[in-house]
Design a protein around this ligand. Structure first.
Ligand code: ARG
Ligand code: ZN
Length: 849
C-alpha cells in the first residue's frame, strides 16, 4: 500500500464507534519470524452511531484469511486497516494474520527483547497485532490462548488453563485494546501475596530474566504498599486473582499498566543497593505505584479518545505523587516535583512544542505523552483539590468511580463530578485544560494604615495556534510574615479569576513580608520585585518548606544572572545564606541537600530568555563553575564536617531518612572535590558499598578531570550489568567539558556496548548529550550535527524514541543567530531524509516552526 500524507486528527471530529465489541478471543502461535494471530470477535452495531462502515485498524499485518459468521470474506485493504461488507446485526468476525516479532524494532505491538516476546499496545500498537477497532472507547472482554515452547506464557486477567506449550487467560473486565498484553519467555518469578481488605487473595509476581531475581524485592514491597495505600486513601481495591509485573530490557517508555500484566522497562523495576542509586529506588517505587494506580484511573475508567489522555495520566501522576509524599517526605517530594516541572514542562510550554493539557489535534499520538499532559495534568488536579478542599475532592472522586466504572470518559465527565459535588461552576477552571502556555503572575504590594494589599496580574504568552489567552482560575496560597520573622497571617488560598485582582489583609501592625505561591499552589511563573535581603529573610523564616527552598533558589538564580549578564562576582548574600542553611542540623538533611542544589544550565537559559537576554551556554556553564568554586571555598570547613557527619553506618536502606543523609553527604563531597583535586571522591569511589556513593564519587572525579581510572574500573566491575553500564555511558557524556562533549559522545557510540536498538542505551548516550547544554549547544555545532546524524540513523529503526529525542532542539530559538542557523540546517537535513517517520516529521516540523 502507498503511504498517504500524514493526517491530522482533531478532537472536534470525534464520533462514536460504528460497531461495539462484546467479546474477543485471540490465539497466538508464537514464532519469531511467523507468529500467527487468530482472532474471533463478536461485533454488534452501536445504537449510538449512525455510521455503518465497518473499519478495522491494521498495520504491517499479513492477512491470511477472514470470515464473517463462518463464511470466507475478502475485505478491502485500505490505508491503515481494512473495510468489509457486514450484516446489519450482530456478527462474528474471524481473521488469521501473520506478523514477525523479531523484526519489530519499533518496540510497538508484539516484539522480542532478549529472546522473550512482549507487547506494547498503548497508544495504537494493537493494530500491529491484528485487525481491530483500535480505539479506547471500544471496550471488550478478552480471552487469550498462547501457544509457544516457552516456559512462561502470560496475558491479562486470570489464568484459565495451561499445559505443555500453551496457556489460556481470561480477563473478565472489559478493556480497550491498548491494555492488551502478552509475554512469553524463559523468565523467573519473584512471588508475593496480598489480601485485599474485602478478603480477595491476590498472587503477585515479578517476572525477570534469570540472574535478575535478586533485584525484585524492593519493587514487590512497593507494590504491596501501593495496594494498601489505594485502599486506604481512595478506597480502591484490586480486582483480579493475580497481578503480574514483567521486566523488559528494550522498552520505549518507563512502564505500561496493561490489565493485570504490567510491563516495565527493567530500569524502572530492578533494584539493588550495589547497582541502583537512591534516586533509582525512589523512582521505581513511584512507577510501580503509578502503574498499579492505573488499574482504577485508566483501566476500570479509561479515556474515550486519546485527546483525553490527561484524564488518566494527570490523575495517576497526581495519585503517585500523593503516595510518594505519604511514604517519604512531602516537602522534599514537592520541591523535587517542581524542579522537574520547571525543567521539562515549563520548557515545553514556553517553546514551539507548547500544547494544552488536553490537546486539540495530533498527527502521532505517541508524541503527546508529554510533561504537559502528565505533569501539568497532575498540577491541574492539585489546583482543583486546593480549590474545592480535601473533603469535596474525596466526595468527587467517590462519585467519579461510582458513576463511570467500566466507561471510557472525557474531561467533561471528570469536571462534572466536581461541579455536582461542590455546586461550583468550573467552566473557567476548564481553561487549564484548553489553554497552553505558562501564565506569568505579576504581583505588587501596598501597605497603608495597617492594610496590606497584594495586586496580581496574570498574562499567558501566545503559544502555537493560540494567540489570545483568557484569564484562568489561579489558587494562590499566601502567608504573611512579620518583621521579626513570625507568621502573622497563616496560609490562605486566594482565588484569582480576573486578569487583574487585588486581595487585602487588614489589622496588621507593621508591613509584612509576603510568602506567595506557597507549596507552589499553581504552575505559573511568579514575577515580583524584591531584593536579596528579603529573599534571605524568607529563606531563614518562611514556615512553608517549598517557599523556604524557593527563596534560596531565587538568591542563587539572581546571583547567577548578575554574574552572567554583568560579570558580577559570586553573591555574598547567597553564599552566607546557603551556608547558614546547610549548617542548620535542625533541618531535614534531604531538604538541605536540595537547598545546596543550583539552578541547572537550562534553568538559567530559560530565565535569561524570559528576561529578554540571549543566553550564552558557555557563559552559563562558566558562571556555574565559578559559583561552585566560590561556594566550595566559602563552605570549606562545613563541607568536611557534613561529609563525615552524614555517613550512614547502618545497613543500607533506600528510605527517606538514609536517602537524605546520603544526599547531604554527597553534596558535601561535591564541595570538597572542588578544592582537593578529587582525593576525597577517589576515596569514596574506592570504598563505596552502594551505587549512590559510587556513582556520585565518579561524577565528582569526572568533574575534577580525574575520572580516567575510575571510569575504567567502573566498566570492569559492571560490564555484565546493562543498567549500570547505561550509567557509565551517561556519566561520561554528562560531565564532558563543553568543547569535548560531542567528541566524547561520538567515541562512546563506537564502543562495542553501544546499541542504538536499546532505547535505554540510546538515551544514556545521545540523551545525555542533550542534557549537557554547554556541550550540546557548543558554538562549533558539533553537538547539533551528531544528534541529527543519530536521529537519521535511529528513525527507521525506532521512530518513537527518535521523536522523543527531537525535543533536545525545542529551545533553539532562545539562542543567538549563529546557533539558530546551525540548528535550522540540521533540522532541515533531518526533515529532508527520505521516508522519515510520521513521528519524527511531526516533532521536527513543530520545532522548526
Ligand atoms: N501509560 C503508560 C504510563 O503512563 C505510558 C505508555 C506510553 N506509551 C507510549 N507508547 N506512548 O505509565
Ligand atoms: Zn501513566
Amino acid at each position: 500500500m502507498e503511504d498517504a500524507a500524514p493526517q491530522t486528527i482533531h478532537l472536534s471530529d470525534y464520533t462514536p464507534p460504528a460497531y461495539l465489541v462484546d467479546k474477543v478471543e485471540l490465539t497466538f502461535r508464537l514464532d519469531p519470524e511467523r507468529t500467527r494471530v487468530l482472532s474471533r470477535i463478536a461485533f454488534r452495531p452501536n445504537p449510538e452511531s449512525r455510521e455503518r462502515e465497518f473499519f478495522l485498524h491494521g498495520e504491517g499485518l499479513e492477512l491470511i484469511s477472514s470470515r464473517i459468521d463462518g463464511a470466507e470474506v475478502t475485505p478491502d485493504l485500505v490505508e491503515g486497516g481494512l473495510t468489509c461488507e457486514v450484516p446489519d446485526a450482530p456478527f462474528t468476525w474471524e481473521a488469521e494474520v501473520e506478523i514477525a516479532p523479531v523484526r519489530n524494532t519499533a518496540l510497538e505491538g508484539l516484539y522480542m527483547s532478549s529472546g522473550m516476546y512482549c507487547t506494547q499496545c498503548e497508544a495504537e500498537g494493537f493494530r500491529k497485532i491484528t485487525y481491530y477497532p483500535d480505539r479506547p472507547d471500544v471496550m471488550a472482554v478478552f480471552s487469550v490462548r498462547i501457544e509457544g515452547d516457552m516456559p512462561v506464557l502470560l496475558s491479562n486477567g486470570n489464568p484459565v488453563s495451561s499445559g505443555d506449550g500453551f496457556a489460556e487467560w481470561h480477563d473478565p473486565w472489559p478493556k480497550p485494546a491498548y491494555l492488551f498484553a502478552l509475554v512469553a519467555g524463559d523468565l523467573v518469578d519473584h512471588p508475593g501475596h496480598f489480601t485485599t481488605r474485602s478478603g480477595r487473595e491476590v498472587a503477585l509476581n515479578i517476572w525477570v530474566r534469570p540472574g535478575d531475581e535478586d533485584k525484585c524485592a524492593f519493587a514487590m514491597e512497593a507494590l504491596k504498599k501501593s495496594m494498601t495505600w489505594d485502599e486506604d486513601v481512595y478506597g480502591r481495591e484490586y480486582d483480579l486473582d493475580i497481578f503480574n509485573i514483567v521486566a523488559v530490557d528494550d522498552f520505549n517508555m518507563g512502564a505500561m499498566e496493561n490489565k493485570g500484566l504490567n510491563i516495565f522497562n527493567s530500569s524502572c523495576v530492578l533494584a539493588s543497593p550495589e547497582t541502583s542509586t537512591d534516586a533509582n529506588f525512589e523512582r521505581i517505587e513511584a512507577i510501580i505505584a503509578h502503574e498499579y494506580f492505573h488499574n482504577w484511573t485508566g483501566n476500570r475508567i479509561t479515556c474515550r479518545d486519546w485527546f483525553q489522555l490527561c484524564l488518566k495520566e494527570g490523575l495517576t501522576v497526581y495519585r503517585d505523587s500523593q503516595f510518594t509524599a505519604d511514604m517519604r517526605s512531602a516537602p522534599v517530594k514537592r520541591i523535587s516535583d517542581v524542579i522537574a516541572l520547571r525543567a521539562r514542562q515549563f520548557r515545553e510550554d514556553n517553546g514551539p512544542l507548547a500544547h494544552p493539557v488536553r490537546p486539540e489535534s495530533f498527527v502521532e499520538i505517541n508524541n503527546f505523552y508529554t510533561a504537559t499532559v502528565y505533569e501539568k495534568g497532575a498540577e491541574v488536579i492539585g489546583m482543583l483539590k486546593r480549590l474545592v478542599g480535601d473533603a469535596d475532592y474525596a466526595r468527587a472522586l467517590d462519585l467519579y468511580f461510582e458513576r463511570h466504572d467500566g466507561q471510557a470518559c472525557t474531561i467533561e465527565d471528570w469536571l462534572a463530578v466536581f461541579e455536582e459535588v461542590t455546586g461550583r461552576d468550573l467552566s473557567q477552571f476548564k481553561r487549564w485544560y484548553s489553554q497552553a502556555g505558562t501564565p506569568r503572575l505579576k504581583v505588587t504590594e501596598n501597605f497603608k494604615d495597617g492594610e496590606y494589599t497584594l495586586e496580581f496580574e496574570q498574562k499567558t504568552p501566545p503559544t502555537p495556534g493560540q494567540d489570545q489567552k483568557l484569564p484562568q482560575v489561579i489558587p494562590i496560597a499566601v502567608g504573611l510574615l512579620g518583621p521579626n520573622g513570625d507568621e502573622v497571617v497563616p496560609t490562605t488560598v486566594l482565588e484569582m479569576t480576573e486578569a487583574r485582582q487585588s486581595f487585602s489583609f487588614s489589622g496588621l501592625a507593621a508591613e509584612p513580608v509576603p510568602s506567595i505561591l506557597r507549596d507552589f499552589s499553581a504552575p505559573v511563573i511568579l514575577e515580583r520585585e524584591t531584593d536579596n535581603a528579603e529573599r534571605a529573610f524568607l529563606l531563614a523564616h518562611d514556615t512553608d518548606p517549598f517557599n523556604k527552598w524557593e527563596a534560596g533558589r531565587a538568591l542563587a538564580r539572581e546571583g547567577l544572572c548578575e554574574m552572567i549578564v554583568a560579570g558580577a562576582p559570586p553573591d555574598a548574600a547567597y553564599l552566607d545564606a546557603v551556608q547558614a542553611m546547610a549548617r542548620d542540623d535542625a533541618l531535614d538533611p534531604a531538604f538541605r541537600a536540595l537547598a545546596l542544589g543550583l539552578p541547572s544550565q537550562d534553568d538559567m537559559a530559560q530565565t535569561l530568555h524570559e528576561r529578554g537576554h540571549t543566553p550564552d551556554p558557555q557563559a552559563i556553564w562558566e558562571a556555574l563553575e565559578t559559583l561552585r568554586q566560590a561556594r566550595a571555598q566559602h563552605c570549606q570547613d562545613l563541607a568536611a564536617r557534613l561529609h563525615a557527619q552524614y555517613q550512614v553506618t547502618e545497613p543500607y536502606r533506600p528510605d527517606a531518612q538514609q536517602t537524605g543523609a546520603r544526599a547531604l553527604a554527597n553534596a558535601a563531597l561535591g564541595l570538597i572535590s572542588r578544592l582537593d583535586g578529587g582525593a576525597a571522591a577517589q576515596r569514596q569511589f574506592d570504598t563505596a558499598t552502594n551505587m549512590t556513593q559510587q556513582l556520585y564519587a565518579l561524577s565528582c572525579l569526572l568533574q575534577a578531570g580525574k575520572g580516567e581510572d575510575a571510569v575504567a574500573r567502573f566498566y570492569d566491575q559492571w560490564r555484565h550489568d546493562r543498567l549500570v553500564i547505561d550509567k557509565w555511558f551517561m556519566m561520561q557524556v554528562l560531565h564532558a567539558e563543553p568543547a569535548e562533549a560531542a567528541a566524547t559522545t561520538e567515541r562512546l557510540t563506537r564502543h562495542s556496548d553501544f546499541d542504538m536498538k536499546n532505547p535505554n542505551r540510546f538515551r544514556a548516550t545521545l540523551g545525555a548529550l542533550a542534557a549537557n547544554p554547554a556541550g550540546f549547544h557548543h558554538a562549533s555545532g558539533a553537538g547539533y550535527r551528531l544528534l541529527a546524524d543519530w536521529l537519521i540513523r535511529l528513525d527507521p529503526v525506532n521512530p518513537q524514541t527518535t521523536a522523543r529525542m527531537c525535543s533536545a532542539f525545542e529551545t533553539w530559538k532562545r539562542y543567538d543567530d549563529s546557533r539558530q542557523a546551525l540548528v535550522a540546517a540540521e533540522l532541515d537535513r533531518v526533515l529532508s531524509t527520505p521516508a522519515l517517520s510520521r513521528d519524527t516529521t511531526e516533532m521536527l516540523s513543530r520545532i522548526r516552526g
